[in-house]
Write a protein that binds this ligand. Structure first.
Ligand code: B4P
Length: 195
């Protein structure tokens, strides 16, 4: 049975870092909508041209564009055995689309890992990353906007997944290896819970 796991959390919580590790450990792809969008921007595609100013402002790219892109990625052969979603879904309509997309092949979301980190730690991490990597959406003003958008549009998903008994909260304010061990325990446990 393919496994479909979702990482969710505020910007800079480390969900990308953990998603990448888990993907290697389980041998299934990490699907990061942020990375896919950045690749469209770098290649100068029509989607990239629309996404670029939106990402630089800290807002969300429209649901239908992101979902179309995700559907294409999910259709690639390596995603047949499952996938780790990183940064998707980010809104309630995206969560509904994900359920529908996975449902088409008899799949479902198996677990949602919520990487929880306090705001002051996030701002600190992203400001540091701005110096190291120069990502254009890591300016202090954009970081504040990304956090605001996260609280307004993405944080409500926690309730949806909590009531579906899929949510596992992981303390993301610890060393990467310690978090990864917790994630692994959570994922191994999730497969054994009847729903
Ligand atoms: P993303 O690329 O998903 O950016 P993000 O949520 O801000 O996550 P980020 O990569 O920064 O952080 P992560 O938690 O991995 O999206 C960028 C933009 O694309 C969005 O703002 C939006 O415009 C658009 N977009 C993407 N998906 C979308 C969607 N579904 N719908 C609409 N729009 C969408 O944390 C990584 C950082 O933490 C790194 O610097 C790492 O070194 C550090 N870190 C990790 N673990 C750590 C630890 N344990 N301790 C200390 N530091 C740690």
């Amino acid at each position: 049975m393919p496994k479909h796991l979702v990482f969710f959390g505020p910007p800079g919580s480390g969900k990308g870092t953990q998603a990448s590790r888990l993907a290697s450990a389980l041998g299934i792809p990490q699907i990061s909508t942020g990375d896919l969008l950045r690749s469209h921007v770098a290649r100068g595609t029509p989607l990239g041209a629309i996404a670029r100013p939106i990402m630089e402002s800290g807002a969300l790219v429209p649901d239908e564009l992101v979902t179309r892109m995700l559907k294409e990625r999910l259709g690639e052969p390596d995603a047949r055995r499952g996938a780790i979603f990183d940064g998707y879904p980010r809104t309630v309509p995206q969560a509904e689309s994900l359920d529908a997309l996975l449902g088409e092949t008899g799949g479902r979301v198996d677990a949602v890992l919520f990487v929880d980190v306090p705001d002051e730690v996030i701002v600190d991490r992203l400001v540091k990353r701005a110096t190291l990597e120069g990502r254009s959406d890591d300016s202090p003003a954009t970081i504040r906007e990304r956090l605001r958008v996260y609280r307004q549009k993405t944080a409500p998903l926690a309730e949806r997944y909590r009531s579906a008994r899929l949510l596992v909260t992981i303390d993301g304010n610890r060393p990467v290896d310690v978090i990864a061990a917790d994630v692994r325990r959570a994922v191994d446990g999730a497969g054994n819970t009847p729903r």
